[in-house]
Design a protein around this ligand. Structure first.
Ligand code: SAM
Ligand code: SF4
Length: 330
């Protein structure tokens, strides 16, 4: 699949639920309203759409959410999509998780064919962890990370950079991930969906953070590429890698290779734009796989050049897109 700007689209992110067992302050409000179950694609439907994308050349699928591992029966989807890894039709099946259920599922994920995953962790302090996630349990996540390592899964930590919250912990996080043999990526907050706080209070441009890191760490641009938006640097002192996802201070859209399926079957061609294609309607219609393939082609033909994210006082904290990251899948 080639989009109108000549970019090859070979990466699909699939949000399997908008529900979550945490309420991270930058992601959701505490009394978040979730979608009615009937609007959410069944596991079979999620697999059918994923299979259509694989037929059209997708080589990498990331399962996300909400919290993907709280969806009932989710291991069935991992096992079934894992068969495409075994047949060579897919290069990678991975997930982004808050880690709360990893202790339970790490072994099964490995058996299904998952080899790498991203765990989101914004602080190493259990009290601050509880504060930012509202409902999370730090020890459970640490146990999940340990279990994933023991199962043979390679872990990358995702940390949202939040001004006045975790900026004093970045060096500790780099040190810890280095010791644990994990990479770490820092992410700027993106203006997605209404939350209880002011985003302009939380926003920390990573271009500044990167400059400060250079005082403590020897960073050299890494050869490592994931095809993703992250800029990676090798860290001489730890032997690990640090990545920066900077949608606001540096636009990463030129090399975008991905589209996102929500748990309701909407295909978003860009995280930061509203245009979408309703694949659920096509899937639940009468016209079979050919109609699904045609709907995907038509949607890829509408992929926009880039996002319009901006966070400043003038934007009045209005989200650039009204949907939450947990709906589109981060
Ligand atoms: N629940 C899983 C987790 O937390 O890893 C997967 C879904 S979560 C929406 C995916 C990623 O998006 C997490 O790393 C989270 O920190 C990040 N995220 C959520 N809201 C965000 C926002 N407004 N700006 C930037 N990153 C955000
Ligand atoms: Fe849940 Fe992930 Fe959003 Fe936190 S960032 S509330 S863990 S979906």
């Amino acid at each position: 699949m080639i989009d109108p700007f000549g970019r090859r689209i070979d990466y699909l992110r699939v949000s399997v639920t908008d529900r979550c067992d945490f309420r991270c302050k930058y992601c959701m409000s505490e009394n978040m309203t979730f979608l009615p179950k009937k609007d959410v694609l069944s596991l079979e439907e999620l697999e059918l759409v994923s299979a259509a994308f694989i037929r059209k050349g997708v080589r990498k699928i990331r399962i996300t959410g909400g919290e993907p591992l709280v969806r009932k029966g989710i291991m069935e989807l991992f096992r079934n999509l894992g068969l495409y890894i075994k047949s060579g039709e897919l290069d990678e099946l991975t997930l982004t998780t808050n880690g709360s259920q990893l202790e339970k599922y790490a072994g099964e994920l490995y058996d299904a064919g998952v080899r790498r995953l991203n765990v989101s962790l914004d602080t190493l302090d259990p009290y601050r962890f509880q504060d930012i996630t509202r409902w999370g349990n730090f020890e459970k996540v640490r146990a999940g990370i340990r279990a994933a390592k023991e199962a043979g899964l390679k872990i990358k930590i995702n940390t949202v950079a939040l001004k006045g919250f975790n900026d004093h912990e970045f060096n500790d996080l780099i040190k810890w991930t280095g010791e644990e043999g994990m990479d770490i990526t820092f992410i700027e907050t993106m203006p997605m969906g209404a939350i209880d706080e002011h985003r302009s209070d939380q926003y920390l441009p990573l271009s500044e953070v990167k400059k400060e890191f250079s005082a403590s760490w020897t960073l050299t641009p890494s050869q490592y590429r994931t095809g993703g938006p992250s800029d990676y640097f090798d860290i001489k002192e730890t032997g690990g890698r640090v990545g920066f996802i900077t949608p606001l201070s540096h636009n990463f859209c030129e090399s975008c290779n991905r589209v996102r399926l929500t748990c309701t079957g909407m295909l978003y061609m860009c995280l930061g734009q509203q245009d979408s294609a309703d694949l659920k309607a096509v899937l639940r219609g009468q016209n079979g796989f050919a109609a699904l393939d045609a709907a995907i082609d038509e949607a890829i033909g509408r992929k926009p050049k880039g996002h319009d994210f901006v966070i400043d006082r003038k934007s009045d904290d209005r989200p650039a897109v009204p949907r939450h990251m947990s709906v589109t899948g981060g």
